[in-house]
Design a protein around this ligand. Sequence first.
Ligand SMILES: Nc1ncnc2c1ncn2[C@@H]1O[C@H](COP(=O)(O)OP(=O)(O)OP(=O)(O)O)[C@@H](O)[C@H]1O
Ligand SMILES: [Mg+2]
Length: 310
Amino acid sequence: MCDVAHGPPKIFVYKSGKQVYTGEHTRGGAHLAMAYKLAITTVKWGVGKTTIAQNLAGALAEVGQKILLVDLDQQGNLSSVFLDNIYRLPLTLYDLITDPDIPTGEVIHRTSFENIDILPANLELSRVEFQLVGDNDAQFYVADKLKEVDDYDLIILDTTPNSGLMTISALVAANGVMIPVECQEWAARGSAYVLDLISKVERRANPPLRLLGYVINRYDRRRKLEESYREALLENHGPLVFQTMIRNSVKYPEAVSVRRPITAYQPKSEQAQVFRVLATELLQRAFAQVETAASRESTKGGKHVQARKI
Ligand SMILES: Nc1ncnc2c1ncn2[C@@H]1O[C@H](COP(=O)(O)OP(=O)(O)OP(=O)(O)O)[C@@H](O)[C@H]1O
Ligand SMILES: [Mg+2]
């Protein structure tokens, strides 16, 4: 477990088994040699997908990682945090997906936070599913459009709480998946469904896709049942559970209402520190995945073989 109660967390990043960066979450740090795409996905609504995207972006941007947020949810919650009046945007993800002539760069908006850009969505996105019915390539459009951008360290995809086209599109585009879970029975069932979805996408559309891990959100140790679900999750998935847990705190909805990542809203709070530690853990896992895939590839004499585990 990460202890965040005693001073700022140390940031450790490893590359090829060597520690390449240590610090107390200051500017600088190691960068992935690619725009790593992280999908934050589960079919359960309200478990913290958008909260995690919003606050991870803040914590990563703070240490100089260049972040592109992609809002694949017609609710536009993530877009509303970072942009004014999302219903007046000239171009959104909907336009990008439905008009092959629009370059991705034209739909990316700068935010008022350094190192955070966003590709926004609003209710218009709800039309896309019907509009692309029968189009066998529909699930590849987001992935194709994101290939046009390479000046980001991480691209974070916030998905909808269902298994429709936008969630599939995120999985087809992603390198890794983070599954937020609450320690409750129905949440566990929801994540089993996502696992099935991930393996279907991995088998056909996106073989390099990997599950980076489960992140426990809204944890409240005082609730006995939650503790036993947490133990069950650790028993079943072990290292696939992120060590950093996000506790239940009113500061997260507060950060939404002031439209800032928690690291900007209350930089010294325990809640901000948790996201810095989570960001570090995420970078370590992403580095490990990229390194493993690269070394497998090189030991197979250049034959493209993907790592099975991160
Ligand atoms: N750790 C937390 N502590 C307290 N409130 C939280 C926490 N995480 C999320 N919330 C709150 O729970 C609500 C749902 O969170 P969020 O919107 O991030 O979930 P979501 O999975 O993106 O939802 P949806 O499925 O609708 O997209 C929000 O009001 C958010 O502020
Ligand atoms: Mg959401």
